[in-house]
Design a protein around this ligand. Structure first.
Ligand code: CP3
Length: 351
């Protein structure tokens, strides 16, 4: 945990540090994206990667959900796979197919990967961060982010999205030295990348380990967590809270606490009361509405949102979020109904 020198004033940052807030802050993973017509309008003009690399437009879509939904934090518009390209791997996004990468398979493939200077190779990300801060003018904090080394490695080795991660797991079990070399390199590159985001103005950081839930707890401890611990440790002098999100992590809460992150993000499979009991006050929690609930009627959204708030309980240190990214078919008015419900539920003692 970072040492707090001065107490932050914004409710999102306060909740990250377990401090009391006027109401529970909320933001949504993938809140800038295809469900918003104003995003579609910008995106129709250029490809996804080009959008990430055009700071002015990336800043514009970052701010869109703040204006439309009134969420309590902004998240940088970028992608966890940009680092793969910066490390020298070929990356493309094709419509309907998601990301495609030239798979990393051999020792020479790994040796060819570079640890880039993030201000050279990802300068556009840092420009987006500064531009977003300028546009937000202190209204809400800006979250920077990166993928966790294990999750980034699934894309690097599988060459895209995967169900079983069998190529990466084969490397992990059959060629552990090669696996460690790859994850060490990703860790080093990602740490520099996150440090640069903070230098540019990011006020919190989220590390996405979307697929680490595919590991048993002992394998998570041995093959995913140490790299995250190293990143969190390196970032601990930066005075920004770190959120560590792991998908399908009901069996991983205890080791996740050992990451040292200020906030642990979990999905809807784990009730927040149980998450908080097992975390035992050592971190704040973020989550965890099933994003598919937003596809149901507004009354159901209100009911399920209140159920999440009840599960989290009255103690400070809860940031409301979805358990995974918002789906493209979500109606923006349903997303707004969720934000309003959370904001109207003033259960916590006033700050
Ligand atoms: O609003 C935000 O959350 C900020 C931007 C953001 C994006 N991707 C934009 C994006 C963030 C934080 C991410 C993280 C990300 N990217 C993750 C971790 C979170 C998770 O969902 O588990 C992962 C695994 C990726 C990799 C990725 N990016 C995939 C697999 C895909 C294709 C699938 C899809 O949803 O289209 C993307 C594309 C992507 N990243 C889009 C957006 C808005 C859609 C691109 C488009 O406009 O066509």
């Amino acid at each position: 945990m970072n040492k707090l020198i001065t107490e932050p004033t914004h409710r999102f940052l306060r909740a990250c540090y377990g401090l009391p807030t006027d109401y529970t802050p909320i933001w949504m993973m993938r809140q800038a994206g295809r469900y918003l017509p104003e995003y579609q309008a910008v995106r129709s003009r250029l490809g996804f990667l080009d959008l990430c690399k055009t700071p002015d437009l990336a800043a514009e879509v970052t701010v869109q959900p703040i204006d439309r939904l009134g969420v309590d934090a902004a998240i940088l518009f970028a992608d966890i796979l940009l680092i793969c390209q910066a490390m020298g791997q070929h990356l493309e996004f094709t419509a309907g197919h998601g990301p495609r990468l030239e798979p990393v398979a051999s020792e020479s493939d790994i040796e060819r990967l570079v640890v880039p200077d993030p201000t050279d190779e990802c300068g556009f990300v840092m420009e987006t961060v500064s531009e977003v801060r300028r546009r937000l003018a202190g209204k809400v904090p800006l979250i920077g982010f990166a993928g966790a080394p294990f999750t980034v490695a699934t894309y690097m080795v599988e060459g895209g999205s995967s169900k079983s991660f069998s190529n990466l797991k084969r490397m992990m079990f059959a060629e552990p030295a090669l696996y460690r070399r790859l994850l060490d390199k990703i860790t080093e590159a990602t740490t520099l990348y996150l440090e640069a985001q903070v230098e540019a103005g990011a006020e919190a950081l989220q590390i996405f380990d979307s697929w680490a839930g595919a590991l048993t707890a002992p394998d998570f401890r041995a093959h995913a967590l140490p790299y995250v611990q190293r990143m969190v440790e390196s970032l601990s002098n930066k005075d920004v809270p770190v959120i560590y999100y792991v998908g399908q992590a009901a069996h991983l809460i205890e080791p996740m606490v050992e990451s040292g992150a200020e906030v642990l993000g979990v999905d809807w499979r784990l009730p927040l009361s149980e998450a908080r009991r097992r975390i035992g006050g050592r971190a704040a929690v973020q989550g965890n509405l099933d994003p598919c609930v937003l596809l149901g009627p507004v009354e159901l959204i209100e009911e399920r949102a209140r159920a999440v708030l009840e599960e989290a309980g009255p103690k400070p240190g809860h940031i409301f979020n979805l358990g995974h990214g918002i789906l493209p078919e979500t109606s923006p008015s349903h997303a707004k109904a969720l934000v309003d419900t959370v904001h109207e539920y003033r259960r916590q003692a006033p700050a």
